[in-house]
Structures are given as C-alpha cells and as structure tokens.
Design a protein around this ligand. Sequence first.
Ligand code: FE2
Ligand code: FE2
Length: 362
Amino acid sequence: MVNEIKPNVYSVGAVDWDRRLFDELIPLPDGTSYNSYLIKGSVKTALLDAVDPTKTDILLDNLASLGIKRLDYLVSHHAEQDHSGAIPDVLQAYPDAKVVTNTKCKTMLMELLHIAEDNFITIEDGQTISLGDKILQFVFIPWVHWPETLGTYLKEDKIFFPCDFFGSHLATSSLFVEDEPFVYECAKRYYAEIMMPFRAAIKNNLKKIESLKIEMIAPSHGPVYQRPEFIIDAYKDWAGEGIKVRQFNLTGVDIGELAIALVDAATVVIGSPTFLVGAHPSAAYAAMLTNALRPKTRFVSIIGSFSWTGKMVEQLTGLLGNMKVEVIEPVVFKGLPEDKDFVALDNLADKITAKHKEIGLI
Ligand SMILES: [Fe+2]
Ligand SMILES: [Fe+2]
C-alpha cells in the first residue's frame, strides 16, 4: 500500500493484519504495521526505515510501484528487527544506498544483521543531510525504547518521523488517524507495553522535540498523526504522574490557603511529631479543620515520629471521623528515620499514585 502523505513523501511500509504476538510475548489484538517512508528530494532519495523481514516483498513492491530505481540513503532509526530486518534485502535491491544512522545503531546492525561496515554513513545528533529541496535533520531520542533510537525531522514539510516513539500497534487501511478515541486506546496499550519503563527518557525526549515545529508525526507503527498535539499531550500525561503536591507548614499556615488547596486535594497526608503522647496541636488543628470542611478528598495518610510511645496516629485519625476517606497505611518511625523508613515513605507515595490511578485521576 503506497500513500502520499505530503508531496514527494510516501508511506511505503506494510500492514501486518494477522500478527497477534510481538516478541512472542506482547499481545497485538489489532495487528500492527511496519511503517517505512520514502522521501524524494530534487536531487536525492531517502528511505526511512525498512520493515519486518516477513514483509520485505511488500516494501520492495511498493518502491517498484513508485518507479524507484535508485536509493541514495536508507535511514535506520532503530536496529530492532521489525524496522531493520529487511535492510539487507533492500541493500541488495538498491546497492547504491548507504545506511545512515548513529554509531550505536550501526554497531547493532553490524552485530545483529551482519551488515558490512562500508555500507554505513554515521551521523551525529542534530546533523542534517540534504536531498536537494528537502533536508533531513536527525534527532537522537535514546531509550524510546532502545539506547540507539533516533528520529528524523523533515524541515520543509514539518514532519517528525520518531520511529517507535508515539506509535500504536494497529493494522488499518487508514493512512491518518481518523478515530482519535480508538487510536488513543491503541497508543496507550503500546505505551504501557513498550514505553512505560522508560518514562524518564520519554520526558527528556518530549522536552527535546519541543523546539521543533511539528505539523505531522509519522511513526513506525500505526497511523500518521495530523494533529501532533493529540499524541504529544497523551504522552505528557502518561509519562508524568500528574500528581501535584502542595506542602504546608502547619505551625504558620494561612487556613484560607489550606482550605483552597483542600478543594482539589485527592489525598491529604498529615505529618506530625508526637507531642507528649498525642499529635502536635497544629497538626490536630489542621485535622479538625479538614474534618469540619469535609472536602471531597478520597485518601488520607499520616506520617510522623515518636520518641518512646504515643497515640499520634489514632488521635489524628479520630479527628477525621466525618470524612469518608480511605486511610492509606501511615508511616511512623522512632527517632531519626532510617533507610527502611525512607523506603516506607517511597512506598506510601507509590500507593497514593496507585490509588489515584484506580479512581481514574491519572
Ligand atoms: Fe522497537
Ligand atoms: Fe517497532
């Protein structure tokens, strides 16, 4: 299936309607596609990525149907089989083509696919290659989801080709996203299964591409995004935990400020030392105030310390009796916190995140 996505920019990859497992592990209920793009400049022609080796014939047929006799560059964004497996066959069909990639990906392609070193041109982050009237700019986007991954920005058409980044496992005859809610679900599943472990890298890469003027995103799986903010905003949402934290020092708090924050607070965590045998009076006051205002808060927890004994947790929990909340297990430690106490605090943060996810807040 050949489609022109912009003048002289074609989608020439393959749809895999029947594939139901990726890496023999990840379910593909809607199949997938291996997108490959051909860019014809006034002087030179480049192919961005190949396809899974099981679909090599389709890629070569598509290039033939466009009358492509010569390829100057084969840009490899990612050494994984589903985009690079067909490179050796493409090089055989187009012996003038040079594989353009970074040094990391080159090493992988040499090791994984036994492509000879003299086939490569290596590029640096931000470097450009001219095709005449179109210029390819390479943007390294490591760890989405392999260390070598890069993308290409086509300045003249404002298209970003991010390879696996922003993709969706979806076999469809539609070139562009037509049903955003459906593609959203497919892209979210793909994010969850492939990208989620690399959240920190995703955040860095989202920041990195902010400087590019992007009008279209053409990923290596699934349909092309004509509304890039649709998928960029979704990634920002998925990669960021989305929990905003406000911290108040209860000994000098403006209770109006505290009340305003309570309007939107899904979780309230009260921190208190043990004063004599109970809570610090300021913490008790905040708990009483919260209890009286009855915000729509869903979860509460308590953190704090004690020296020998005390009923700080019981007292604060008792003061919150009006609130219909779930109490997430408090973290209370004796004296100076130890490593295990900091681990418990981290676990509490994770539990709060999980609870917010459970009720659909993030
Ligand atoms: Fe991949
Ligand atoms: Fe992929």
